[in-house]
Design a protein. Structure first.
Length: 178
């Protein structure tokens, strides 16, 4: 789940990147920044440490990324240090990637099934979802043994039920919850 502040940082950066068609380059730089600054716990702790000056933190970020990432991303990372919000780098990267996918007409979908699906079944479900969502689908599958049968597709907070459990819930609600 992305916070409002993390989403706002991502949207601002995305809008700037859209202006000069540098969405992919900025995304690549943001991914590198996330991997270096957020994924490593020691670096995360360093950036969160209030005993270390903001100037030192920004100097470290500039030394590591200047000339390697878009200057606007570098400025945003410095702003995040100034505001004490470096913990949001992971959320910001996640939201930026989502916006980038949507701009390319791609939806990330997690497909939950009671059992592993074969390549043919996965391809058929992908085609069906692409028609239903009117977008290309980046499909990730996950086995969820608690499903009675069928599949559940999740994308951007939207859930599409194709499971027996979902059909039973629909039936019960149509009968007035009896």
């Amino acid at each position: 789940m992305t916070s409002i502040v993390g989403r706002n940082y991502a949207r601002a950066l995305f809008e700037l990147a859209q202006e000069d068609a540098s969405i992919d380059a900025v995304e690549e730089g943001l991914r590198a920044a996330r991997d270096a600054l957020f994924t490593d716990r020691q670096v995360r702790d360093f950036l969160a440490n209030r005993l270390i000056s903001r100037t030192t933190k920004k100097r470290l970020i500039r030394a590591g990324f200047e000339g390697k990432v878009d200057p606007r991303l570098l400025d945003l990372l410095s702003l995040m240090v100034d505001r004490g919000r470096t913990r949001l780098i992971g959320e910001m990267a996640e939201e930026y990637e989502r916006l980038s996918r949507l701009a390319r007409g791609v939806r990330k979908v997690t497909l939950l099934s009671a059992f592993p699906l074969g390549a043919e079944e996965t391809a058929r479900i992908t085609r069906s979802l692409e028609k239903r969502l009117s977008a290309r689908v980046d499909l990730e599958t996950e086995v969820r043994p608690s499903l009675i049968g069928g599949v559940v597709a999740e994308s951007d907070g939207q859930e599409i039920e194709f499971s027996i459990e979902g059909q039973l819930k629909t039936l019960v609600s149509s009968l007035g919850g009896r």
